[in-house]
Design a protein around this ligand. Structure first.
Ligand code: DGL
Length: 274
């Protein structure tokens, strides 16, 4: 990888898999001058069915990688990992932003009093979304639902024609609990994999308002970089370096499908077993 100049240091983005591509897309739209280094732990995804100890072990491996990249800011794009940020935040020598905090801010701002949150089972079990939303907006009622298989299906079936029927059926079942069962009309996508299939969710549940934390997270990132004098120079075009413990060819294809641009490299990184 070519060396980065000071202030042109990259932003790091971590996720258990391809889910964080939804955050990268928002960075490329809103902060186009920033270089990005992405790490997706494709060999171990999904994280959401592991316990906290295993998730922390796998996360620390990504943090070690990111320290070597000399990043100026870390975006924890994975909601599952974000629930554990207090456990590892001090281990980075750069600011660390949480997608859960961003999602909570987005949810706190909408006028609806009842809000649904769909996430992985781990995120659901920690109660971190209801807590974070109510801290900002105590009047909100948050109905959380954990999906056991959805992140894995999005990771493996995105853009694969023969996997669409299974993915659609899983989406229909998972969202039915909130939409039909709980009569929710506004739903926060509390797993970064889910915005990647936003169009399919909208087709299944046309009246449902969907909140994606990504844009709020990037707004927070831009504000933080600006405040600390760390924003990339105006007018430059940022590049994207993707590392995965999974299959780089698959990641390249899925990155393109999601609409990511200026991809400089997609490389394999050896996995650590949980
Ligand atoms: N995309 C991740 C999230 O936002 C995690 C999915 C998983 O690995 O379980 O929670």
């Amino acid at each position: 990888m070519e060396p980065f100049v000071t202030n042109g240091r990259p932003i790091g983005v971590i996720d258990s898999g391809i889910g964080g591509f939804s955050v990268v897309k928002a960075v490329q739209q809103m902060l186009p001058g920033e270089d990005l280094v992405y790490f997706g732990d494709g060999a171990n995804t999904p994280y959401g069915n592991y316990d906290a100890c295993a998730i922390l072990n796998m996360t620390r491996y990504m943090l070690e990688f990111m320290r070597g990249q000399q990043i100026k800011l870390l975006l924890v794009a994975c909601n599952t990992i974000s629930c554990l940020i207090p456990e590892f935040e001090g281990e980075m020598d750069c600011p660390v932003l949480s997608v859960v905090q961003a999602g909570a801010q987005a949810a706190a701002r909408v006028p609806q009093r009842r809000i649904g949150v769909v996430s992985t089972c781990f995120t659901h079990s920690t109660g971190c979304y209801p807590r974070a939303i109510r801290e900002l907006a105590p009047e909100k009622e948050v109905v959380s639902y954990g999906c056991a298989n959805l992140a894995r299906l999005v990771e493996t079936r995105l853009g694969v024609p023969e996997g669409q029927r299974e993915l659609t059926e899983e989406l229909r079942q998972d969202f039915m609990h909130l939409v039909t069962g709980e009569k929710i009309d506004t739903c926060l996508l509390g797993c970064t994999h889910f915005p990647l299939v936003e169009d399919q969710i909208r087709t299944l549940y046309p009246g449902l308002e969907l909140l994606d934390p990504a844009r709020e997270m990037v707004r927070m990132a831009g504000e933080r970089l600006g405040r600390e004098g760390l924003a990339a120079e105006a007018g430059r075009k940022g590049g994207l370096w993707i590392y995965t413990t999974g299959d780089p060819g698959d990641y390249r294809e899925k990155a393109r499908r999601v609409g990511l641009v200026h991809i400089r490299d997609v490389a394999h990184y050896p996995p650590k077993r949980p």
